[in-house]
Design a protein around this ligand. Structure first.
Ligand code: ADP
Ligand code: MG
Length: 307
């Protein structure tokens, strides 16, 4: 799999305060990658370093074939990326189309390409009929959609979005998530910052959890699985010590007992659950139910971020 972003030990200090520390990760081409973390975690700082808007205090990153710390590279990188920044930064008195054409020209894309993309993406985001209206008359959600279109006018392979759905109503947020998934189908790579777990889980192929340092990075499913292990919940009507001892003989990783509920953590529940169930029955336990429970991404996130 080829990578489009490779960050190596990126570190940013503001007046001696470390905002991002020793951050290394790769993003593969065609992937939707989410950087998840609380306010102040360093998400925006990371994006600004990747987009060459600020320079790292140490470490570096490659975007495509170019290095963010190289002055010639940084010009190339800025054209490669479509950025949706954390504040939309549009010209309020200009119309949607005038805004988009202005920014498109800054990327030095051919006017024909700019015009085609403006039409395509404004239609996709349901703003085509508002194209001649001044941006200043728009709601926050509409402005955010215009910022998304602006990031796409020059056909970038890589879209970087800083909390694209923050403070949007559910409908506007959903539209933006759908556009992200459409762009993925169109072979673009998308990196987004979010503090919205549910959103990260729904649209990201992989997630990095950031709190100044990178705490974990994996697919949402693997994060849930590996951070906690899988647990089987067995409800036994008449739990007693000999039943618990019978379970212990099966070498579970951990057992918690709460009333008639046993939470049993094991390496491989598919393999181990049947023999544990048999030994409970053999020890005289009456089993009422057996179910697998998994940690949610929220459990994983809160555990990591609190530690
Ligand atoms: N320009 C700046 N000058 C000084 N401190 C900054 C600046 N930008 C961000 N910070 C600090 O760096 C830390 C990370 O901020 P930021 O990257 O904006 O986090 P996030 O986007 O995850 O909320 C915060 O403590 C913030 O106060
Ligand atoms: Mg931010």
């Amino acid at each position: 799999m080829s990578t489009i972003i490779e960050a190596h030990n990126l570190t940013k200090k503001y007046n001696g305060n470390t905002a991002v520390e020793d951050l290394s990760f790769d993003i593969n081409k065609g992937e939707v990658f989410g950087l998840l973390g609380p306010n102040g975690a360093g998400k925006t700082t990371t994006i600004r370093m990747l987009c060459c808007l600020i320079s790292p205090s140490s470490g570096t990153a490659k975007v495509g074939d170019y290095d963010v710390t190289d002055i010639n590279g940084s010009m190339k990188i800025r054209k490669m990326i479509g950025l949706v920044p954390d504040n939309v930064g549009l010209y309020e008195s200009l119309s949607v189309v005038k805004n988009l054409e202005f920014f498109g020209r800054m990327y030095e894309a051919p006017m024909q390409v700019i015009k085609e993309n403006i039409e395509k993406y404004l239609k996709m985001l349901d703003l085509w009929n508002n194209r001649d209206q001044a941006v200043g008359t728009f709601s926050k959600g509409m402005k955010q959609k215009v910022a998304v279109v602006r990031a796409l006018v020059h056909d970038p392979d890589l879209l970087i979005m800083d909390e694209p759905t923050a403070n949007l109503d559910p409908e506007a947020a959903k539209t933006i998530r759908e556009v992200i998934l459409d762009l993925k189908k169109d072979n673009r790579t998308i990196m987004l910052n979010t503090h919205n777990l549910d959103e990260a889980q729904r649209i990201c192929d992989r997630i990095g959890i950031l709190k100044t340092k990178l705490l974990a990075i994996d697919t949402p499913a693997s994060l849930e699985r590996t951070m906690y292990g899988r647990k089987t919940e067995i409800i036994v009507e008449n739990i007693n010590e000999s039943i618990v001892n019978a379970v212990k003989l099966e070498h579970p990783l951990n057992i918690e007992i709460n009333g008639d509920k046993m939470m049993i953590e094991m390496k491989d529940p598919d393999r181990d659950t049947p023999s544990i169930v048999s030994s409970i029955t053999a020890a005289g336990g009456r089993i009422k139910s057996v179910s697998e429970t998994r940690a949610s991404l929220e459990d994983v996130y809160l555990k990591l971020v609190k530690e």
